[in-house]
Design a binder for this molecule. Sequence first.
Ligand code: 2HG
Ligand code: ZN
Length: 459
Amino acid sequence: MASARIVIVKSRLLAGLRAALGDRHVTTDPERLASVEVDWTRRFRGRALALVRPGTTDEVVATVRACADARIPLVPQGGNTGLVGGGVPHEAVVLSTARLTAVEPATVDGQVTVGAGTTLASVQEHARMAGWAFGVDFAARDSATIGGMVATNAGGVNVLRYGAMRQQVVGLEAVLADGSVISRTSGLLKDNTGYDLAGLLVGSEGTLGVVTRARLRLVPPLPRRAVALLALTDASAAVTLAAELRRRLPSLLAAELFTDAGLRLVLDHARLAPPFATHAPVYLLVECGETEQDPSDSLAAALDAAGFDGDALLEADADARERLWQYRERHTEAINAEGVPHKLDVTLPLDRLAAFLGRVEGVVDAAAPGTRTYLFGHVGDGNVHVNLVGPSSEDEAADDAVLRLVLELGGSISAEHGIGRAKARWLAADRGRPDLAAMRAIKRALDPDGILNPGVLFG
Ligand code: 2HG
Ligand code: ZN
């Protein structure tokens, strides 16, 4: 009886969705569903009941209402580049933002309003064409979308200069679980009118509303660039040098770390030539940007003043800079080619980061001997991506050991990827009971039937 009722509910839901969005934009074809049922790492898999592609905010409203009426969960999905299983459906309808790509021209005060499905690369290009730049950048720029970046409060390589996604959002439009639309996209920089609803949605991982449009701040372009790749004897030296450069170089845009294990994987996978004649244990990649003047001299002078005297490559030419960035940016794909990774995206207070980097491999090895550990990330802001290859997708012994160490050292279990399903079990240990109770109360108030992305954040 129960299953017969479910079949009726689902077919009514599909009929309602087709009526609202048109047949072309509602699919249950298993081949089309396959790509939205698994995340980019292949670690998280689920099952979608349907894939819908609304083209307007009104169609998102209709989708949310239809799912709410049928009590069927809804999972928003952008570029499906998330790394914590936050966009993987479990017997849910997947709402793709692929058609929500309208862009309003940049305003004189340097803001742009874009649909949730606009890719990061496309926002960067719109900003460039308007004589501005966008303050967030990372390797998945061609696929990652603004809606997903807002929902996860994405970070990337320029956080030390411009902050994460939260700092770029001037206003949002979003559809709540009851189908109402909250919208504040007039772009006022000063606007103290009660609760910051946009702020609440940033980092909410699709659990409070479906982001449909975002008004983003742009930053002045810094076309003159210099990138240095530096070989270092250990992680502690890299952390110290990155901190020194932050203090000495107002033009610093990025300070990224990787180790020799990751570099060797990248060289192999991407068929790149090694940067130096001899390998070093740790590498630091830094980028500076200026409006008029080539920042190479000030970068070289800051390295001297900081006492750095190891192997270094310093490039100002665009192609050569790009070649240096490849050593860092191609880590994620090289690791994915090695196996299905466990990804632990963590932040440490800067004064504990070196201790963490010194201890983490030992902790992993004790918990899951034979695991290959790759450490890289945004050392300038304390964010390390601990990638583990070896343990099966379900075996979380090493993950737990790493997250325990993070909390022992006063860090956060999620820096920029979110909690998703991967770390839901750990949220209480990080945030504590009062925080979690407040978060649950907000969730209950805005989505009492648990329609939006259930299982994410709270488990
Ligand atoms: C990066 O910094 C991304 O490249 C991905 O945040 C990190 O693959 C990862 O673990
Ligand atoms: Zn990152």
